[in-house]
Design a protein around this ligand. Structure first.
Ligand code: ADP
Ligand code: MG
Length: 481
């Protein structure tokens, strides 16, 4: 190795570290290497001391506890038998550099999982961001981390399992982790949280979040374009696969077969798989038995509707996140009335806050009662999205075709945004599905639309009143048959 004369052991460190990684690859599962070794940056090797910068304290501690002898031994071999000591320090900036070096880093400054509980609803991720290698580029909406997930008796087991998976490299005992729970009860939040957490810990980890609908659509397109091989490679060359809403694969035989192969390929390589579903594996009718039995191989956990205390705690977290001040008795009122679906619970809080904000009135139980009158009683059955789209279009003297069309003129855009907001709140369709319903738009567009409406409702009485009025009509129509 002909190092430049001014080299302070930097080149040596790099070469030695690459030998350490080779050794780790021989001795450890690939997932562990990706998780604990790949984001590490060697800085110098001087006086027999190899200095390493780790992307997080967690990685530093894990290396110190578990892998120090491997690192020492491999480094010493690389140095022709001289003893090598190791010094570990945490340096997130180094992690960023490593990520750039690994080719994940075109979006310098746009760190994955940057969302904090205190951050207001952020704008949508840049549309058209490239293929989902790093999670933020996959469009995980901000605000869904473990920090903002409230544990309670109804979800404690699922929460603990998700945390365990997010902290550990792929583990056989928990592979796959299967999270079931009704729409709006938190399984998607847990998938996002796993993605955010793992990417934070190990930015080089290739984490992919996908809904089964997207998987299916991409697969069908690949078959049509004779790109089956590329499709398979894309899904098999990742470290962590998070699949949401697996129930939509029911009765899709060819996609199920493809998913079966993907699943097996990843498991053979000890990559982590996490699946979310609106029901447990044995209730997935229309799903091949061999897939259902694969799902049961790991750990199945269930999320139940939260009890009153957890609902109040969830409202407190959301209120703090959005910077909304709501007295305790109002939170209790909201929590007591919405007990089936956390998304509806959040929607209720938002309406109360919006009403108070534009009217300049204090938030009390009387105001809350008035703001919520149209949302009650809770929807017992889902309102068909077509009903919501038709009502919204009619309210703005438009047609459903306008809503799904391409025009971006002002009133039309507003109507489209409000319709998306209501479909999400009232019906709970996934963001991807809503995008499809509205003329094949990207899910990041849907996220953007929803947060836009949330902002407008708080800023302008007119938007708030439009949304309230539309909710009343939609409810009336769905009740009327
Ligand atoms: P989706 O209905 O999109 O699949 P989820 O079921 O994951 O979404 O959750 C619906 C909403 O409820 C999300 O906004 C999520 O943040 C919130 N939520 C669910 N469970 C919890 C929890 N335990 N703590 C905080 N928020 C939660
Ligand atoms: Mg979901």
């Amino acid at each position: 190795m002909s190092a430049p004369t001014f080299d302070t052991g930097e080149t040596t460190a790099r070469v030695v570290w690459s030998r350490v990684i080779d050794r780790a690859r021989q001795e450890l599962p690939e997932g562990s290497v990706a998780m604990w070794f790949q984001g590490v940056r060697p800085t110098t090797l001087e006086g027999g001391v190899l200095r390493l910068l780790t992307p997080s304290d967690l990685v530093r501690d894990r290396l110190a506890r578990q892998y120090l002898s491997l690192i020492r031994a491999a480094a010493s071999d690389a140095m022709g038998g001289d003893a090598v000591d190791v010094e570990l320090a945490t340096d997130p900036e180094g992690a960023r550099a490593a990520r750039r070096a690994a080719g994940h880093g075109e979006e310098a400054g746009e760190e994955p999982g940057e969302e904090e509980a205190s951050e207001p609803a952020s704008p949508a991720p840049r549309p058209g961001s490239r293929e989902a290698v790093a999670v933020s580029a996959a469009g995980i909406p901000s605000g869904y981390s473990f920090d903002t997930f409230v544990p309670g008796p109804s979800n404690r087991f699922a929460h603990a399992a998700a945390m365990a998976v997010a902290e550990a490299p792929p583990s056989r005992a928990y592979n796959p982790l299967f999270i079931s729970g009704g729409v709006g009860l938190g399984p998607t939040h847990l998938l996002y949280a796993i993605a955010v957490h793992m990417t934070r810990l190990a930015p080089v980890l290739r984490v992919k979040y996908v809904t089964s609908e997207t998987f299916m659509a991409e697969f069908i397109q690949a078959v049509r374009e004779r790109q089956g091989y590329q499709f398979a490679a894309r899904y098999r060359d990742i470290d962590v696969l998070l699949v949401d809403d697996i129930q939509f694969l029911a009765r899709r035989e060819e996609t199920q077969t493809e998913f079966f192969h993907t699943f097996n390929a990843l498991q053979a390589k000890e990559r982590q798989i996490v699946i979310a579903s609106d029901r447990p594996p044995h209730e997935l009718s229309g799903m091949e038995e061999r897939l259902r039995s694969r799902f049961r191989l790991g750990l199945c956990v269930d999320v139940q509707p939260p009890d009153l205390e957890t609902r109040i705690a969830i409202l407190q977290v959301k209120a703090a996140r959005d910077g909304i001040e709501v007295p305790e008795d109002v939170l209790e009122l909201i929590a007591s009335k919405f007990d089936q679906n956390i998304r509806e619970l959040e929607g209720a809080l938002l309406r109360v806050a919006a009403f108070a904000s534009f009217s300049g009135k204090p938030v009390d139980t009387e105001l809350a009662g008035r703001a919520l009158v149209d949302l009650l009683p809770q929807s017992e059955s889902d309102v068909p999205p077509e009903v919501i789209m038709d009502e919204t279009a009619a309210h703005f003297s438009l047609s459903r075709a306008d809503l799904v069309g391409k025009s971006r003129s002002r009133p039309l855009t507003t109507a489209r945004h409000i319709a998306m907001y209501l479909v999400r709140e009232q019906n709970g369709l996934s963001l991807v599905r809503i995008g499809e319903l509205f003329g094949g738009r990207d899910h990041t567009t849907v996220i953007h639309a929803i947060s836009k409406v949330e902002q407008l409702m708080r800023a302008r009485g007119s938007t708030y009143l439009q949304v309230q009025e539309l909710t009343r009509r939609i409810r009336a129509r769905s009740r009327g048959g």
